[in-house]
Write a protein that binds this ligand. Structure first.
Ligand code: CDP
Length: 222
């Protein structure tokens, strides 16, 4: 289905650097970028505004179908309101991982995610890009780092965004979120069989970007 248009799928756990790396790879190649985690964050945010319980699978999925979610210039809009800052909190990260366990919600978001696959190409970041959403991707990367390094990165990211942050609680939230993402029945976080593992503890962002680009060049001329 997506054979004609190249897709680079970048999956991995929270705070592994996926978002930054995927966005930079997309910029270099002139490709579109899909931040699929933002979709789950928007749904968590919208459901909370509407007093819909994050655990109510059907209600969350039905409500998600009514939402108009758009990305413009790196900002995220819900029904034409910019909610980029509101969805970037740790609370919405947790909420996202709670709503993301629901199969009906995941199904409701498939078409929207596919619509990002446009010429000349797409870099898609998430948990199930290479396994479920774009199984035919030209290149699949599984990006990871140790829990401690990821907690430090998330801590610095929050402080950089002028949000309050506590290292210990970030670490325990990450562990909880990793466990929920890996153990859910629907589209769990696992490395696709044909993915390349990229462990980033010892890599700078630009080194990681280069590894992805080199692998992509390699795949294209295989
Ligand atoms: O920034 P971080 O990696 O922590 O989170 P995110 O990529 O914004 O995703 C937030 C949550 O959405 C994750 O913990 C997952 O539970 C969920 N998610 C998902 O289930 N599938 C995706 N393709 C992307 C995110």
């Amino acid at each position: 289905m997506h054979n004609a248009i190249p897709v680079i799928a970048i999956d991995g756990p929270s705070a592994s650097g996926k978002g930054t790396i995927a966005q930079l790879v997309a910029d270099v190649l002139g490709f579109a970028y899909l931040d699929s985690g933002a979709l789950y964050r928007v749904v968590a945010f919208a459901a909370q505004q509407k007093n819909i319980d994050w655990n109510d699978a059907e209600a969350v999925a039905e409500y998600a179908k009514t939402l108009n979610i758009q990305f413009k210039n790196g900002q995220v809009y819900l029904n034409a309101t910019d909610i980029s800052d509101e969805i970037r909190t740790e609370a919405m990260g947790k909420g996202a991982s709670q709503v993301a366990v629901h199969a009906p919600l995941r199904a409701a978001l498939v078409e929207l995610q596919h619509s990002f696959c446009q010429s000349p190409g797409l870099v898609a970041d998430g948990r199930d890009m290479g396994t479920v959403i774009f199984p035919e991707a030209s290149l699949k990367i599984f990006l990871t780092a140790s829990t401690e390094v990821r907690a430090k990165r998330r801590y610095q990211q929050l402080i950089g965004n002028n949000q309050s942050a506590n290292y210990e609680s970030i670490l325990s939230d990450l562990q909880e979120r990793d466990a929920r993402d890996k153990n859910r029945a629907s589209a769990p976080l696992i490395m696709a069989k044909d993915a390349i593992l990229l462990e980033t503890d010892q890599l700078t962002i630009s080194e990681a970007v280069n590894v992805v680009l080199q692998n992509y060049q390699h795949k294209m001329y295989e």
